[in-house]
Ligand binder design. Structure first.
Ligand code: UDP
Length: 250
């Protein structure tokens, strides 16, 4: 089903953004396109759009219930989400609870090393530049955001991590790392935006110790492990079955 929508405003690698009938909201359509390694690897994965849309919706609902301001308004169809219109801040905020991925490629840290408190890395959101890692000095130099806004972003991101860790633990998933994007409304309110899904999180199944079998996220696609959509389907099943709410889930 396709909800009533206005003109296409933006098309990214995994989503399309359309105008909606509400002037302060937009409709996001989650696509089946999968990309990795800065879009050098591409594929169509049947049902990915629905799985990521539904997983993101449940996670945004959980965060909203805990008082985190997000762009999420509601689901409009299986692969469509109504969200508040924001201007995306060109920063990718990555939280790392366990060492994996680029952290282990770029430093001598052994994969699987626990990181507590979580490491917060900032990347400049620019495909042409390959989303480079930033330093605080570079954030200042580029004037992406001012110091006050940066500290609000870091606080929000750490709060999200502190809520998602027990949420995933309650459904026997280990939140290894994840990427967040934030946006500003026309009135200047800072909101969590984009998506939170197996495309943007590393999630390991606590029910198995096998290093390949436990991967339930986009690493299955990156590493050609197969069973990508089965893994995303398992994440959706557990996320939907979760009875965790911010008051009983710590
Ligand atoms: N990530 C993302 N989009 C990006 C880069 C990273 O969603 O453009 C997510 C990625 O899925 C992982 C986390 O951010 O959960 C950390 O990614 P990392 O820096 O380790 O890079 P990768 O190993 O994916 O190249």
């Amino acid at each position: 089903m396709t909800p009533d929508h206005g003109e296409l405003l933006y098309e990214g690698k995994a989503k399309r953004v359309y105008a909606s009938t509400q002037s302060d909201c937009v409709l996001v359509e989650f696509k089946n396109d999968a990309t990795a390694f800065n879009a050098q690897k591409k594929a169509q994965l049947d049902d990915k759009g629905r799985l990521n849309c539904q997983i993101s919706a449940r996670l945004f609902e959980h965060l909203e219930a805990a008082g985190v301001p997000t762009h999420y308004v509601g689901l409009a169809a299986d692969t469509w989400m109504l969200v508040k219109k924001v201007e995306i801040i060109p920063l990718e905020v990555v939280l790392r609870n366990i060492a994996a991925g680029s952290l282990c490629r770029e430093t001598p840290i052994t994969p699987g090393t626990p990181i507590d408190p979580a490491l917060l890395d900032l990347y400049y959101k620019d495909d042409a530049l390959g989303d480079p890692l930033l330093t605080q000095a570079r954030v200042r130099l580029l004037a992406v955001v001012n110091d006050q806004r940066l500290s609000a972003i870091e606080q929000l991101a750490r709060r999200v991590n502190a809520l998602l860790l027990p949420f995933f633990r309650s459904i026997e998933l280990q939140l290894v790392d994840f990427k967040l994007e934030l946006g500003l409304t026309s009135s200047g309110e800072l909101l969590l935006a984009d998506e939170i899904s197996p495309d943007t999180c590393r999630l390991w199944d606590c029910k198995t110790m096998n290093a390949e079998d436990r991967i339930l996220d986009k690493d299955r696609f990156r590493q050609d492990l197969g069973g990508v959509m089965q893994a995303y389907g398992e994440v959706l099943k557990r996320v939907q079955a979760s009875t965790c709410n911010p008051r009983n889930c710590m």
